[in-house]
Structure formats: C-alpha cells, structure tokens
Ligand binder design. Sequence first.
Ligand SMILES: [Zn+2]
Length: 110
Amino acid sequence: MARQYDTESRRELRERIAELEAERDDARNESNERADFMRREGYRRCDIAACNCNSWHGGRAGDRLREIYEVLGERVNGQLPITVIEGLIETEDRLLAWERTCKEGESDGN
Ligand SMILES: [Zn+2]
C-alpha cells in the first residue's frame, strides 16, 4: 500500500512539474514577444551603469505625438491630429489645383 501511494504521489508530482514548466515556457514566450515589440518600437534595454534602472530607454512615441500637437496648435481644437492633418492636406490640394487653374489662365493670355 505504501509503495502504491508513493507511485501515485510521484505521478502527481511529475504532472505538476510538467504544468509548471509549461507555465514557465508560456511566460518566457510572452516576455520575449514583449521585448521584441519594445525593440521594434525603438526602445532598448538600459545598459547605462550610472542609470541602472533595469528598464527600457528610447522609443519617444509620446514625444513625437506631443511635437505634432505643438505644431498643430489651436487647429486641433478637440479633434484627432490625423483629422486636422487630413484637413490641411485637402486644403493644400485645393490651393494647388487653384494655382494650376490660374497658371493655365495666364498661359491662355487671359
Ligand atoms: Zn536606465
């Protein structure tokens, strides 16, 4: 009876170890995927001894977005920056078309 109990306990223990190893592997894969994403977004692991933050540096996506907001200034007025930029591009396209029309008129001698 004691021998059978040992066998059962060992089987359960092996199964539990396999479960924990699978969880560990999943966690490692997720961590690697996140690190790959950070690198693709321009971040890099801190290797500055004086900083020693054990984190990531770089990226600057937030800084770039703030720069866009600053350049657009009051034009944003509660809109998404992309909406404002699309409007500016449409305005430029209309002005360029108007300029072409004016130049065609000049070349016709009008
Ligand atoms: Zn650092």
